[in-house]
Design a protein around this ligand. Structure first.
Ligand code: NAD
Length: 248
């Protein structure tokens, strides 16, 4: 019998009602995982993903939670537990980008971005330490911008660099339970977040920086996440994996 690689696994993916997160839950579901779709405000979009997964024969539930608040993160894990009684895979995907020079960045922008991009993954990792199954998987979505010197990307890049370091430290802290912790750093991927505030010309310029002369597709990232979530990736931990078609 051709058993799917993630059969019997419970996967929680933050911010998964659209974009890269949606592609990740759909891909994990195709590998046999039962998925928890976390959304912040768009319940209609989350319901659409649940329905799409159900129509493909998978199992999914949608859970509203603001991951920038510890209470939201706790509720997300509690509801996952109430539904399925375990968690095997956590993907910290929810994130926002604010593009500002250091000179122009306001305190409230700094606080909001760090609350969603750093505090959220940090406390979700803390919940996972207490609840994830032995041999589980934690995958944090970081960004190629940590390796670049892009003017205007200071707080966003700093937030993703914090996620990379959280990944490395947690991998050692949780390693004895055979849980792997890795970060995936996409280059530009064609989503609403990427398109925000950019002209077609700017997007073309980004596409041309990749070896394959195109923007990333959400599936390019989801396939790597599915691999890291599988048993095939059991010897990969504490790694920051760049997935960008040769962009940098
Ligand atoms: P997106 O905006 O389409 O998706 C982000 C999701 O996070 C949305 O569904 C949003 O509602 C959710 N979210 C935001 N704040 C939240 C909160 N407080 N609580 C719960 N959910 C919240 O963006 P995307 O392009 O799919 O990005 C997904 C991840 O990939 C992000 O972490 C982003 O930084 C990262 N990334 C994206 C690119 C790219 O080019 N698209 C490149 C590198 C890294």
């Amino acid at each position: 019998m051709n058993r799917k690689k993630l059969s019997g696994k419970i996967a929680l993916v933050t911010g998964s009602s659209r974009g890269i997160g949606r592609a990740i839950v759909e891909r994990l579901s195709r590998e046999g995982a039962t998925v928890v779709i976390n959304y912040f405000s768009s319940s209609d979009k989350a319901d659409e993903v649940v329905a799409a997964i159900a129509s493909g024969g998978g199992t999914a539930v949608a859970v509203q939670a603001d991951v920038s608040r510890i209470g939201g993160v706790q509720r997300l894990f509690e509801q996952t537990w109430e539904h399925f009684g375990r968690i095997d895979i956590l993907v910290n995907n929810a994130g926002i980008r604010i593009t500002r020079t250091v000179a122009d960045t306001q305190e409230d922008e700094f606080d909001r971005l760090f609350a969603i991009n750093v505090k959220g993954p940090f406390f979700a990792c803390q919940q996972a330490v207490h609840r994830i199954s032995d041999g589980g998987r934690i995958i944090n979505i970081s960004s190629a911008v940590t390796r670049m010197m892009l003017p205007g990307y200071s707080i966003y890049a700093a937030s993703k660099a914090a996620v990379d370091q959280l990944t490395r430290v947690l991998a050692k802290e949780i390693g004895e339970r055979q849980v792997t912790v890795n970060a995936v750093c996409p280059g530009p991927v064609d989503t609403e977040l990427l398109r925000e505030g950019k002209t077609e010309e700017q997007l073309q310029g980004m596409a041309q920086m990749a070896a394959f002369n195109r923007l990333g597709k959400v599936e390019d990232i989801a396939d790597v996440v599915a691999f890291l979530a599988s048993d095939d990736a059991r010897w990969i931990t504490g790694q920051i994996i760049h997935v960008n078609g040769g962009y940098i």
